[in-house]
Design a protein around this ligand. Sequence first.
Ligand code: ZN
Length: 165
Amino acid sequence: MLTTFNNFTSEITFSIASEKDLIDAFRLRDQKKLLLPAGLMFPLRIRSYFTWSEPSGVYTYLVYKNPNWDLPRAVAFKRFDRTGESTGRLCGWCHAYGSSDEVGMLSVAMNSNTSATYILCQNLRCIEKIEEAAALSGKHPEKWIDQLYQRIGLFFEGILNYKQE
Ligand SMILES: [Zn+2]
């Protein structure tokens, strides 16, 4: 009998050889907004995905690589609301529930006219939230991590396939 446990992808790990490769993973429009964290050591070894925010907190960056992609892809998110209403929200990627302090609106420039907005964990803590929730409930996190990878992969495909102006 098939159980879903047989279908898990293993944990995603990848590495980025140089600062140039890291920058090249971003779209040109994001490279203009890019502020790299200080003290990065290359090659950069990444488990699941790599994310950081610049000091003002306006931009959060995400670097990810699906196993079937040749190269990692990266994106700059802009924080969309700071003083928004404090109703609870569900993260679109890990389905964690939280106030606007924990789950926020982040926007991505699709082209020079259009942005798409996503409701996601602040600081993209999804993988930590999943591991915390799994530890609390005594369950294996693999299924949720697998879904998280799929959602992030689809998110990047959506950006890539967005019609350019
Ligand atoms: Zn999340």
